[in-house]
Design a protein around this ligand. Structure first.
Ligand SMILES: NC(=O)c1ccc[n+]([C@@H]2O[C@H](COP(=O)([O-])OP(=O)(O)OC[C@H]3O[C@@H](n4cnc5c(N)ncnc54)[C@H](OP(=O)(O)O)[C@@H]3O)[C@@H](O)[C@H]2O)c1
Length: 270
């Protein structure tokens, strides 16, 4: 059976997902409904940009669609759920992208429903997201497969147990920021050696992109790929030694753990 998809919220994340669903051809514009609570111009913009159906009543969204993507900020989600609970039926599947709100917290406000927690990251904007998918016990394997396809439409998605979501935030949710720092630092180093700034960013970002694709496409262990480019007495081993002396790997591990810890704290605060 073909499902209709409803977006509760029309902000950045909702629009990225709508674009992914339409651009990949996985969904047609007439199968997507969008509701936005406060701000009418946002809805108008979404209708014009994507041609999807927009609704101005919450109730209509729940009547017209069986898969609801909850794309509002965590605090808003906690306010909204008690209000929309009355519109939920057994057919509905709730997919929340709100950071730090667990499927248990959602179920505590809605009652027992099929709930999926998903954690995309910002490269979703260019359809290169890495998303985790964590279904609760009421979600079937077909429904898990279906939601994975939704998130695959704007990148890659993988099912993980919800208890690992803090680690996912550390390794992919927050990771684009660490990679931007790395690219900036690579470029600064090259600028210090005389390369023009614009060239430096281009060389640095393409080096990161190419290396990431090597890991993806060759399937080789990152250590093996490092060994392959590290010749005796060469330039690369000199740089690797310098990084090791500054605890590069330990710093990254600490950063991942810090993001995971903060995500855990945030889920306790909501
Ligand atoms: N952006 C990302 O890359 C990313 C990545 C992972 C997870 N997320 C999660 O995605 C969710 C949405 O983030 P976003 O970046 O898309 O946020 P956003 O651009 O600020 O959009 C939030 C949406 O919520 C609506 N809203 C605000 N207050 C509301 C209320 N009181 N009742 C109902 N709707 C309300 C906004 O409507 P108005 O237009 O009327 O203000 C807007 O449509 C968040 O929970 C975030 O944790 C985002």
């Amino acid at each position: 059976m073909r499902h209709t998809i409803g977006f509760y919220g029309a902000g950045n994340m909702a629009q990225v997902m709508i674009a992914g669903l339409l651009n990949s051809g996985f969904y047609q514009k007439e199968e997507i409904y969008v509701y936005n609570y406060r701000y009418e111009p946002t809805l108008k913009k979404v209708k014009e940009a994507y041609g999807v159906k927009v609704v101005s009543e919450e109730e209509t969204l729940f009547e017209q669609t069986d898969w609801i993507i909850l794309a509002v900020k965590p605090a808003v989600l906690l306010q909204v759920l008690p209000r929309v609970k009355k519109y939920l039926t057994e057919e509905h599947v709730l997919v929340s992208v709100a950071a730090g709100v667990s499927t248990h917290q959602i179920a505590a406000l809605t009652g027992p429903h099929k709930i999926i927690r998903a954690m995309p990251n910002t490269p979703a904007t260019i359809q290169q997201a890495m998303s985790s998918i964590s279904p609760n016990e009421l979600v079937s394997s077909e429904q898990t497969q279906f939601v994975t396809e939704i998130f695959n439409s704007f990148g890659k998605a993988k099912v993980v147990s919800e208890e690992n979501i803090d680690a996912v935030v550390g390794v992919s949710g927050s990771a684009p920021a660490y990679v931007y720092l790395f690219i900036e630092a690579l470029a600064d180093g090259a600028v210090a050696e005389g390369l023009p700034r614009e060239d430096a960013y281009e060389f640095a970002s393409q080096a990161v992109l190419g290396a990431a694709e090597m890991v993806e496409k060759t399937g080789k262990h990152p250590g093996e790929l490092k060994d392959m480019v590290t010749s005796p007495k060469g330039t690369t081993v000199a740089a690797v030694q310098s990084l090791e002396e500054s605890n590069f790997r330990a710093s990254i591990m600490r950063a991942v753990k810090a993001a995971a810890k903060r995500n855990h704290e945030m889920s306790e605060e909501t």
